[in-house]
Design a protein around this ligand. Structure first.
Ligand code: AMP
Ligand code: MG
Length: 505
């Protein structure tokens, strides 16, 4: 029986919002029509009502069964025009001229309080771009993406969001048979560095210009009025990436697969695959099971961002200057602004984490000193920063600083802390007020990997989504104390440590 003959398809498609599909109106080479595969028994695991409101969706009175049908792809909402997007990308440094949405289908765009947003089903079956993949997602990566993206949003990091998670009732075959699921991803757009590369690889300058103009209108309208609008676009993309990567580095976040197809032009974090927040701090930490050479190690992230931005520049060269000889130095000069911008954002954020309200040149060294001490002492990244606020309040009274207890060698920390306390003393800020400020900069709760694994195991082994909902509630209030939830703040025991995470496939 074809989909058109099913009962659900015969009933009228629900109108949940006003879709305006500007990307689908771009020329044919940008996208291919797509049809979600049929979910046998869609069941709603999570629905993000707050986000639905922000998007201006009208889902009041829509029951869970209907939401499950919509967000599994069984029911296409009125006005949606499902397509898969074309893109290319450098994967671990090697260029692939055609990747595209192999397991994602863009339903369309809605315009809400915060502007235009893509609504995309991830894991709803094969598309034109699936190659040998099945286009599906297993429950594990869906729950991981939901938890981590919503935690990132609550932490104030630019990110795609999660609107819904649905189990499909279909099996997905990976190393084992797993429950299939679909996550609905919301993004400012799904345009990536790799989208530009797709057209550059085909020497289609017209399409690159169309895409650049579209991106300017959608994401960087201020660039549209600049003397060289494409240069202004490039500068704006660089600035957003500098700010984004600085946020990751301030939270101990490792993306895991910073391929050019996983870098969004909008400046949002996208594609939560083998990502992780670090427990014990180490700059060389790698989680991704497929990152054998540490290309996407924690401390490499700014360098990789810069590398990806150089690939973007290559695509934009024909737009930057009529004379290719002159376009290259223009791009290089522009890109050379990335590292200084990144470092400025980085130290700015770390100042707040250390409770500093003024800027001094030596702050960079102070931050570096703490990170080195943390790496040497195997200290937990998140706990260390969170605990510093306690020391601010206690330090005049207690000789030994409590944060030192997190270090294998507290003496190293104590030596650093003396310098830090001297620096704090240069500012006239009451301890309690300072501690309160620090607690808004240093989260208590991040989605720790070993706990995500527990949540996924409960879902797979016991069909129990209680742990998922509890953890979601905790990590979306990352700066609050949340008495009774201390377990979520604790680093893993040695036997709970997750050393690798796997791609979302
Ligand atoms: P990712 O590693 O998630 O960034 O994906 C890289 C590329 O592989 C993209 O083009 C995806 O659409 C594609 N891909 C990943 N998983 C699947 C799958 N299960 N089926 C089809 N395509 C996939
Ligand atoms: Mg990707």
């Amino acid at each position: 029986m074809t989909k058109a003959m099913t009962l659900e398809a015969l009933s009228e498609a629900p109108a949940i919002g006003r879709f305006d599909n500007s990307y689908a109106r771009l020329p044919a080479g940008f996208h291919v029509a797509a049809e979600p595969a049929r979910a046998a028994r869609p069941r709603l695991v999570a629905f993000n009502r707050g986000l639905a409101d922000e998007l201006g969706l009208d889902v009041e009175g829509v029951d869970d069964a209907t939401l499950a049908s919509i967000f599994s792809g069984n029911l296409i909402p009125q006005g949606a025009q499902p397509v898969a997007l074309a893109y290319a990308g450098h994967q671990f440094g090697s260029f692939v001229p055609q990747l595209g949405d192999g397991r994602a289908i863009l339903l369309g765009e809605v315009v809400g309080a915060k502007g235009r947003r893509d609504i995309q089903l991830k894991g709803a079956g094969p598309t034109h771009f699936s190659r040998r993949g099945d286009g599906l997602a297993a429950i594990g990566p869906v729950l991981r993406e939901y938890l981590v993206s919503e935690a990132m949003a609550a932490l104030g990091v630019p990110t795609t969001r999660s609107l819904a998670a649905v189990t499909t009732g279909n099996p997905v075959y990976r190393e084992t048979r797993l429950p299939g699921a679909v996550v609905t991803r919301v993004a400012a757009s799904h345009i990536r560095v790799g989208t530009f590369q797709f057209f550059a690889a085909r020497s289609d300058v017209g399409a690159i210009r169309t895409l650049a103009d579209y991106v300017i209108e959608r994401h960087f309208p201020e660039a549209g009025t600049a003397a060289n609008r494409y240069l202004a676009l490039y500068q704006a993309v660089i600035a957003r990436q500098a700010a984004l990567i600085a946020r990751w580095m301030q939270l101990g976040f490792i993306h895991g697969v910073m391929n050019t197809d996983n870098m969004a032009i909008s400046g949002e974090t996208i594609d939560y695959g083998p990502c992780a927040f670090m427990d014990e701090y180490h700059p060389a930490k790698v989680f991704s099971s497929i990152d054998a050479h540490g290309r996407y190690a924690f401390s490499n992230q700014p360098h990789i961002a810069q590398w990806n931005l150089a690939r973007l520049a290559e695509c934009l060269l024909p737009l930057l200057h009529d004379d290719p000889e002159q376009a290259v130095p223009v791009a290089q000069t522009t890109l050379s602004r990335f590292m200084p911008q990144f470092e400025e954002k980085l130290v700015e954020g770390f100042r707040a984490k250390l409770g500093l309200v003024t800027a001094r040149d030596e702050d960079k060294a102070l931050v570096k000193g703490l990170l080195e001490t943390m790496a040497a002492g195997g200290a937990d990244f998140t706990l260390t920063f969170r605990k510093l606020a306690e020391d601010v309040v206690l330090s005049p009274k207690e000789a030994a600083l409590s944060t030192g207890r997190l270090f294998a060698d507290p003496a190293g920390f104590d030596a650093w802390a003396r310098l830090w306390l001297e620096r704090l003393a240069m500012e006239d800020v009451p301890a309690e007020a300072r501690a309160a400020l620090m607690n808004r900069a240093n989260p208590k709760f991040i989605p720790r990997n070993h706990l995500i694994e527990e949540v996924i195991a409960a879902a797979i082994e016991r069909d129990d989504f209680g742990p998922f909902h509890e953890m979601l509630a905790v990590v979306t209030r990352p700066y609050d104390e949340q008495p009774g939830m201390e377990r979520y703040a604790e680093p893993p025991q040695p036997d709970e440590r997750v050393l690798q995470t796997f791609c979302g496939t």
